[in-house]
Design a binder for this molecule. Sequence first.
Ligand SMILES: Nc1ncnc2c1ncn2[C@@H]1O[C@H](COP(=O)(O)OP(=O)(O)OP(=O)(O)O)[C@@H](O)[C@H]1O
Ligand SMILES: [Mg+2]
Length: 218
Amino acid sequence: MQREKLSAVGKAVSMMMHDLRSPIKNIKVLTGMMRDEGIQSDWLDMVDQCGEQASAIFEDFLDFIRENPVRKVPVKLEKVIEEGIRLAESKNTRLPVTIQVGDLGDLTVPGDESKLKRCIMNLVCNAVEALQDQKVANAHIDISAAVGDGTMLISIRDNGKGIPADIHKTLFEPFVTRQKNNGTGLGLAIVKQYVIAHGGEIWVENDNGAVFTIALPL
Ligand SMILES: Nc1ncnc2c1ncn2[C@@H]1O[C@H](COP(=O)(O)OP(=O)(O)OP(=O)(O)O)[C@@H](O)[C@H]1O
Ligand SMILES: [Mg+2]
């Protein structure tokens, strides 16, 4: 009975989230129309920011509950990594954090380009947020890839304080978030879901910072 109730609540929440998406997207349309009419105010920018934040939470939630199939095609790593970084940068304007990408040459992996991009984006966003929150000097993120035994290993390393001990074991579970003002705690749950859907694995170690490694089958 409890399970049935939970599943009914889950379905209702997901329907509600889905239906609320468009009114939330309309916020930006309306502020745009107000600007077109000549209305100028810092409040409008703040309304936009709130709308964008709400939209991002909704999109994360929907990505997490949808189990969209992975469509694998040969994907160029250089492209997904560069575009993933660009998406992270567009979300986070409070840089500066240096992001270095190792020589990826022509490495390709069978994968779903948009999902892999999303994985890189979420991991880079987390690293940027951790480095900024911890006010790390010479903050940097290094991304590299190498071919292992039938797998492609992609690693995202930062020079922050690493993963807090109390969440190390539960980090990839949904709604686990720490030391952040506005985290939903879905970022890593989505990454893990996508990696597993590729038949891969993801893990994290602390080594003078956090090091996330994704292993994808070749
Ligand atoms: N590179 C990192 N360094 C230190 N802590 C990290 C790092 N990446 C993730 N974490 C910790 O793991 C927690 C969970 O990350 P996750 O991306 O799942 O959620 P979130 O970033 O808190 O929220 P959301 O991604 O939904 O906005 C973070 O709140 C943070 O405390
Ligand atoms: Mg996150």
